[in-house]
Write a protein of this length. Sequence first.
Length: 607
Amino acid sequence: MRFTETLTAIVVGLAASAEAVKVNPLPAPQSVTWGESGPKNVGWLELRTDARGSKNQRLVRDAFDRAYSTARKLQWVPQAIEEPILKYPEIPTGTGNEKREASSWLSGVDLKIADWDAELKHGVDESYDIKIEASSNSIKINAETVWGALHAFTTLQQLIISDGKQGLIIEQPVEIKDEPNFPYRGLMLDSGRNFITVAKIKEQIDGLALSKLNILHWHITDSQSWPIHLDKYPQVTKDAYSPREVYSNRDVADIIAYAHARGVRVIPEIDMPGHSASGWQQIDESIVTCVDSWWSNDDWPKHTAVQPNPGQLDVINEKTYDVVTDVYRELSGRFTDDFFHVGGDELQPNCFNFSLPIRQWFAEDPSRTYHDLNQHWVDTAMPIFTDEKNTGGRKDRRIIMWEDVVLSHDSSAHNVPKDIIMQAWNNGSDHVNKLTGMGYDVIVSSADFLYLDCGHGGYVTNDARYNVQENPDWEHPNFNYGGTGGSWCAPYNTWQRIYMYDFTRGLTDEQKEKVLGVAVTLFGEQVDDTVVSSKVWPRAAAAGELAWSGNRDPETGKKRATYMTQRILNFREYLLAVGVEAAPLVPKYCLQHPHACDLYYDQDAVE
């Protein structure tokens, strides 16, 4: 990378004499204590561990090698540097052959892990401590599990910077104590609307690991396409976009292994019974209803889907559950995480009306409603999802559903088991409040704060609502359920909007215990390899800090947006440097002139 002479001069100053600055990692650690004795030179670091034949010993060493080799390769020069805040005494100059004190060089990492064999699963301990002392030549890292150690390495990777010449430094002795506030910190990535290649999925995983986000929620299928191979039903991929846009068994194993090595869990979503045309219809046409209908019917009250193309599982047809069992059992053998997402969102009653079995079911008892119909689905499908014969042998499998199964005004079920995790996506903290108040564990993905696809406008074609000059009766530009410019969930969620979201606001302490964490969400109608990384990054990193250490200063209680600004600008440059194609957030002027672009100058924060 090329850097300006000014920036190089700043960093040379760190090592040579005058002033040093704090390079704070993202997400912000829970506790950081800086020393004042000056930069520590980073030599060839040797990893020394207390491992005794653990299956994770190689995983840890590989993770350390990645972090350390990246730091050496990058020779990182921070782009967004705060004003100098610490002064060091001048270092005498001479011939250049003087021997530096041994304690000024860091030559090893002493790593201690309490439980080397802890599985990567929900609730695993991810805490770690890093201690770099002025009088020591080693970096001390303590972690309860290997997964905490991996987080320590990503923090250390951000602390190691260039000395402005050919060497590396850590700007000063430091002690960090760190752990996440929430165990679930994720990104939902959609490959059903547009195909995302394995390479690009891995790129997102790299960003997740660096941001200390630990979940890839993979929304694999949808009505538009079925891109994943099934041994039992290979015909499903006739509904892939092409033979090249299919995930093989090897691809899936590769993605899971790549993520696991970086401390990221892969949770699959097979959306059902809604959003279920492609793939399912190739297995048995009779188990899918309304696929031949016109999705909007040119008359919205008669619509059969919220978007093209329509199709839902026929939840009365007994064959449906045989196929669901086969599909779920096979994918459970491949995706062995303790969580599995089965969708459950946006059921359209009119689509069900195209099914003769469903119409007959309603005719048998005129008092039945669509709420009863969804209850039938829950009662019949849940035993399939929890049966150990279908979970790959997992006794602790938990099912995730979108909130609609409980909160939909026209099709929610009456009695949904409380051990199902609800993913809240509508009406912000109001729905989080409702769900936790009902006793559900909740993943927060509120569209008006955490959806990354919001604000890009509508995508359906021949949309006369955009012809606002000739249709004055339509409210310009508000349509699509209150979103602006044709986007149902506008406005665009900037990193600041994401970061400012207090997603547990108004909850009791008991309700807060039911919030598992957050997941930013990128549905893929307007996403493929060319834009996926720029739509995710660096905005997702704001959610990473939101769920890791929060958006408020632990001492003052004030939101630390000012403190976050320069770190996320710097973090975007770091993402670029490690190969994640993150979008720019500001003109580079703002990057190189800290706080010059702040709308309000927070003097307390920048003193």
